[in-house]
Design a protein around this ligand. Structure first.
Ligand SMILES: CC(=O)N[C@H]1[C@@H](OP(=O)(O)OP(=O)(O)OC[C@H]2O[C@@H](n3ccc(=O)[nH]c3=O)[C@H](O)[C@@H]2O)O[C@H](CO)[C@@H](O)[C@@H]1O
Ligand SMILES: C=C(OP(=O)(O)O)C(=O)O
Length: 440
């Protein structure tokens, strides 16, 4: 279903079961890693989301042959005929994803050149790529800013280096990993991000023949090798999707079993879910999340890099916090502009104020810089229907959940963006008993 506007009649709790497959934030990078292998790779549990389609198109434009395997969600990626692609072709495929920047290291190793297209991704801050370009330069890449975009070249083999990131960026850490594994010599990365998706990417690279050790205090050491093989891997589950459905269960007073969710990668979320009053049951094949049937509690949260409270969990949870009795505070420390989505919630009757100050125990990078990055949510509020437009992926999920928990019929436009990160979103809503119609 490709409809972009949905009419939702709220008031029905979401009850039932949904299954999450491989994480958007791992699967797409695993697909890029296949470029590094001399032999084909097999990736399992790949969800049908638009970010996967974008990366598939971009790999195809570079000569990678991708076929579906026998199992549903299995991709075979054959990189034996990798070739350069033209700027126009790359830009045409780059779409709404941020992943194209991660092609740089593998393409520099294989072809000696790479182009960086216009990047997509959610507009929740400036999202510069300075860390990426700085580390690529440190490996020996030449970065040229041309009128048509950024071209990178590696006249000689890239060399291992000592890198220290100013902030534990997920993407820049992956950039270092995907570049260092085939560079000459050892790379030491300090200030690395250590999100579970990064650890799973390291698992994949190790299967390919890489030598990577994760030390204490955000230090990762990579010993470059001359050759990597293809891998076979089942992707880590999408903990961000799982957290979204958990928040939806709370906001709609429902009960949702998320098949495929696992405790280990969700510990920080589960603590907060419990503090809000949510009830969860860890089972062998998933986690059941439900509303307690009594009023929800307010909480104070600061988003942070792993093992902190993930920023991508914040937006869906805020909807549930509009229903809690008392004042909740969310201090967003990862992105400077991630509260645009609350305007729609306010229009629907939520009481939310957004502040420039750091309302938390840590002064973050955005304090004193005029970014509205702390939200104060006072509840409980009975939300009412409105006509709203989805601003970004998680904001979109939140808007849909707000409409599902509101009284009356809401019209939510631009819902197509939600397919960037949620597989079979409308089918899942139907399975959970949501009352909605899609505009043709
Ligand atoms: C596809 C993917 O995996 N997306 C995830 C990834 O995004 P992404 O990899 O883009 O996020 P980063 O961790 O790099 O960004 C974190 C912060 O660092 C800043 N920064 C980053 C790079 C840079 O060169 N310069 C710079 O200043 C960003 O503007 C942001 O404020 O990690 C984020 C943080 O967990 C998640 O919210 C995204 O879902
Ligand atoms: C911010 C997100 O993703 P991206 O980096 O792909 O925009 C997200 O998944 O919430």
């Amino acid at each position: 279903m490709a409809a972009d506007t949905i009419t939702i009649t709220g008031g029905t709790p979401l009850n039932g079961s949904v299954r999450v497959r491989g994480a958007k934030n791992l699967v797409t990078k695993a697909m890029v890693a296949a470029l590094l292998g001399e032999t084909p790779s097999t990736l399992r549990d790949v969800p049908k989301i638009s970010d996967v389609r974008v990366v598939r198109g971009l790999l195809g434009a570079h000569g990678v042959k991708i076929t579906d395997g026998d199992e549903d969600g299995e991709l075979i990626l054959d990189p034996s005929a990798v070739e350069s692609a033209h700027f126009a072709e790359i830009n045409a495929h780059a779409g709404s994803s941020r992943i194209p920047i991660l092609f740089c290291g593998p393409l520099l190793h294989r072809l000696g050149e790479a182009f960086i297209p216009d990047l997509g991704g959610c507009r929740i801050g400036d999202r510069p790529i300075d860390f990426h370009l700085d580390v690529l330069r440190q490996f020996g890449a030449i970065v040229e800013k041309l009128p048509s975009g950024i071209r990178l070249s590696a006249p000689q083999r890239l060399r291992g280096t000592k890198v220290e990131l100013p902030y534990p960026s997920v993407g820049a850490t992956e950039q270092v990993l995907l570049t260092a594994v085939r560079a000459q010599g050892t790379t030491e990365l300090r200030g690395a991000a250590i999100e579970p998706e990064i650890m799973d990417l390291i698992n994949i690279l190790q299967k390919m023949g890489a030598v990577i050790s994760v030390d204490t205090d955000r230090v990762i050491r990579i010993e470059g090798v001359d050759r990597l093989e293809g891998y076979t891997h089942r992707a880590l589950f999408d903990r961000n999707e799982a957290a979204s459905w958990a928040a939806a269960a709370l906001a709609t007073e429902g009960d949702i079993f998320v098949a495929g969710a696992k405790q280990a990668e969700m510990g920080t979320f589960l603590n907060v879910f419990r503090k809000v009053g949510g009830v969860f049951e860890i089972q062998d094949d998933g986690i059941r999340f439900r509303h307690p049937g009594t009023p929800l509690n307010p909480v104070i949260i600061e988003t942070d890099v792993h093992p902190g409270f993930m920023t991508d969990w914040q937006q869906p949870l805020v909807v549930a916090l509009t229903k809690a009795t008392g004042v909740s505070i969310v201090h967003e420390t990862v992105y400077e502009q991630r509260f645009g989505f609350v305007d729609a919630l306010i229009e629907m009757g939520a009481t939310i104020q957004v502040h420039r100050e750091c309302l938390g125990s840590q002064a973050c990078r955005f304090g004193q810089r005029n970014f509205q990055h702390s939200a104060v949510i006072s509840g409980p509020s009975a939300l009412r229907a409105a006509d709203i437009a989805v601003p970004d992926l998680r904001g979109g999920f939140s808007h849909v959940v707000a409409a599902l928990s509101a009284e009356g019929a809401s019209r939510v436009s631009n819902v197509g963006i939600i397919s960037r990160g949620y597989e079979n979103f409308f089918e899942k809503l139907t399975a959970l008993g949501a009352n909605f119609t899609l505009e043709a």
